[in-house]
Design a protein around this ligand. Structure first.
Ligand code: 9MR
Length: 363
């Protein structure tokens, strides 16, 4: 690690001193995550169009990452707010940026129970739509969005988070499920495949390393494979923490899904300094936002372990994407309610690499 820090420091001295040299004399620009992992898999990041206008964030993205995921702008609500109106601007801005800088794009997502537009599940008179109409709407949405970005988006999260957290059910009791039963899942994959046969199609979910949920997801994916549904891969979101997952659960998860002939990606990686708390993230009285040395140390060890496992599992793993760029902005600070300041990423609030970064690139 010391060695690496020394090399980075030296590189930046050389680089600053190199202004005025001809291009053949200039030393190579400092390496980033994407370069250290070039022989392994692309390293991506979730972005908004606003971040792509901020020079400090742009510099960090271009140095460190070679794949982008729109954090929100391709979800059905934002991109298709009314039945006959698409809002392409923000999504196009991200795809155009990626094209200009030769970055890959993962599309996120085509069918989810959150961030759905208000018109989707209702008839004009407010009554719930029939299964036939809902599937037709799903088809038209997927067909339009996937075809627009054909050749520019290499992979899609087709169905997001359809499996229940509750161990007594296989599928989440969403409006999709209530109206269509489980058929919407297979149909979504068929529509996406018909629109772009080259795109790599994912089922994407969270808490995939917890044995109970892992098995429920496994059952769903096995059924889809047996029915010859065009699904290629599974996305482990990777919203992890200082206490989970264990190495054993992480390896078991990757290998269990790979045994179905699916590729695996980590699609939304961050390591929260608080335990999993999706339903109770609000700031509690008397709590501080401190990012303590103990938290930082544990987080560094977690990142080191996770990337060691990722490298070991490279046969199955085809990408790792972080959910947000740096601790300057993370969804964990504000979703679903304003909560404690979190510090889940490899770069700090000033866009500087944290100790965890050096452990990830030093192998
Ligand atoms: O990061 C996203 C946040 O800005 C949105 O408010 C939120 C809305 O549900 O979605 C967040 O992204 C989610 C992703 O699309 C799917 N997996 C969980 C992510 C974090 O909630």
């Amino acid at each position: 690690m010391k060695n690496n820090m020394y090399r980075l420091a030296l590189a930046s001295v050389l680089f600053t001193g190199a202004v005025g040299l001809s291009s053949s004399q200039r030393p190579p620009a400092e390496k980033g995550l994407k370069d250290y992992y070039q022989a392994y898999f692309p390293i991506g990041v979730a972005v908004s169009p606003q971040a792509l206008k901020n020079p400090a964030e742009v510099a960090l993205i271009l140095r460190q990452f070679n794949s982008l995921t729109p954090e929100n702008d391709m979800k059905m609500g934002p991109i298709h707010p009314e039945e006959n109106r698409y809002n392409w601007g923000p999504a196009d801005a991200i795809v155009d940026f990626a094209q200009a800088h030769q970055l890959r794009v993962r599309g996120h997502n085509l069918c989810w129970h959150e961030q759905t537009p208000r018109w989707l599940f209702k008839n004009a008179d407010g009554s719930p739509v029939s299964k036939e109409l809902l599937l037709r709407r799903l088809h038209d949405h997927i067909d339009t969005v996937v075809k627009r970005y054909k050749g520019k988006i290499y992979a899609w999260d087709v169905v997001n988070e359809a499996v229940a957290d509750d161990s007594t059910q296989l599928l989440r009791n969403s409006d999709w499920y209530k109206i269509c039963g489980e058929d919407f899942i297979a149909e979504a994959f068929r529509y996406a495949h018909a629109a772009d046969p080259q795109a790599v199609l994912f089922y994407n979910d969270y808490n995939t390393e917890r044995p109970g949920k892992r098995e429920r997801i496994y059952q769903l994916l096995k059924k889809l494979k047996q029915a010859k549904v065009p699904i290629d891969a599974v996305g482990l979101q990777g919203h992890w923490s200082l206490v989970e997952p264990t190495e054993k659960d992480l390896r078991a998860t990757i290998e269990r899904f790979a045994s179905l002939g699916l590729k695996v990606q980590i699609t939304e990686l961050d390591v929260s300094v608080y335990p999993w708390e999706k339903d109770r993230r609000a700031r509690r009285p008397g709590e501080s936002d401190a990012y303590t040395p103990e938290m930082q140390q544990k987080q560094t060890a977690q990142y080191k372990l996770f990337f060691k496992v990722f490298r070991d599992e490279v046969k199955y793993l085809t990408g790792v994407t972080f959910w947000n760029i740096s601790d300057h902005y993370t969804w964990l600070d504000s979703y679903p309610v304003a909560g404690r300041k979190n510090h889940p990423l490899l770069f700090d609030e000033n866009f500087k690499p944290k100790p965890a970064y050096y452990e990830v690139v030093n192998f």
